[in-house]
Design a protein around this ligand. Structure first.
Ligand code: CP
Ligand code: NVA
Length: 310
């Protein structure tokens, strides 16, 4: 059966740790894998903008001996000019895997159900699993034992927050999420994450108080207050989220050695100050680098072994 990578919730505990461990190996010796996807082609459907995701999937395919084809938001007009189903049925005749960044999460589920080649979620309104895997690789490199960590997430209970909760549940760490009222993470994702983490040592605290969430944390994570597709709400969101800015005062409540994390793009002066973003404990560019290594692993595991691709 072909495999997709749509949510960290879908992968086993073993697979979670294997992806992170293999990324450590691929990062240390990229040349060893330079033919792992020789002559394989990845189609990249983007319905939203991107710097990191596009670059790291495309560079990743090149470094694995394969090739990536970029379909821009206007190129394909997927779902408008042609249904997700029909686009998928075309693409699977030409390529060995599909990466998709879209709005409704259901689009990814529908696409994956339609095709016999692997589908990788490169961000939906609900989840951003490649990001969270890269973030936990970064935490493992910088902090060591993931199960001993306390991760604080401050800001919008959005796609990035959801995937971080799924990753934290698998890693077995303590996570505290602070959001304004009305912007809490999706209760269904919270429930699933708690179930995933019931035997791993995972704990999850949801609060409206950023000070409570950050106190004693090993890492403080934030994301934009206005995600792609929410631009019309920007002004209202800036007002609501202002008390959740990650600044020197908030970081002072975390451990002295605490790291700052952000998936980027950052809106300096809004969710994070320059001072924190550019501080020695900021991991933001390590996180961005690690998107490359983690996605190479995901692509090798999915596209290097399927029947069609074998
Ligand atoms: N973090 C992230 O996914 O960045 P892009 O939107 O630039 O791809
Ligand atoms: N939450 C952000 C993440 C960007 C990488 C968004 O969806 O726009």
């Amino acid at each position: 059966m072909k495999k997709d990578f749509i949510s960290i919730h879908d992968i086993s505990l073993y697979e979670f740790h294997e992806i992170v461990d293999m990324a450590v190996r691929i990062k240390a010796d990229p040349h060893h894998y330079h033919k792992a996807l020789k002559n394989k082609v990845l189609a990249m459907i983007f319905q939203k903008p991107s710097l990191r995701t596009r670059m790291t999937f495309e560079v990743g395919m090149l470094e694995l001996g394969g090739h990536a084809v970029y379909l821009s938001p206007s190129d394909g007009q997927v779902g408008a000019r042609e249904s997700f189903y029909d686009v998928g049925k075309n693409l699977e005749r030409w390529v060995h895997g599909i990466m998709i960044r879209t709005f409704a999460h259901q689009n990814i589920i529908d696409l994956a159900a339609a095709v016999e080649i692997p589908v990788i979620n490169a961000l939906s309104d609900l989840l951003h699993p490649c990001q969270a895997m890269a973030d936990f690789l970064t935490l493992k490199e910088k902090a060591g034992d993931l199960s001993k960590l306390k991760l604080a997430y401050v800001g919008d209970g959005n796609n990035v927050c959801h995937s971080l909760m799924f990753a934290a549940a698998k890693a077995g760490c303590a996570m505290a999420v602070a959001t304004p009222a009305g912007y809490e993470p999706n209760p269904q994702i919270v429930k699933l994450a708690r179930e995933d983490g019931k035997d791993t040592g995972f704990s999850l605290t949801l609060t409206g108080d950023p000070h409570q969430a950050v106190t004693g944390a090993d890492a403080v994570y934030t994301d934009t207050w206005t995600s792609m597709g929410q631009e019309a709400e920007k002004e209202a969101r800036v007002r609501v989220f202002s008390p959740f800015q990650v600044n020197r005062g908030l970081m002072a409540l975390a451990k002295k050695s605490a790291f700052f994390m952000h998936c980027l793009p950052a809106h300096r002066g809004d969710e994070v100050t320059d001072e924190v973003m550019d501080s020695p404990g900021s991991l933001v560019f390590d996180q961005a680098e690690n998107r490359l290594h983690i996605q190479k692993v995901i692509m090798v595991l999915l596209m290097g072994k399927t029947e069609k691709n074998g």
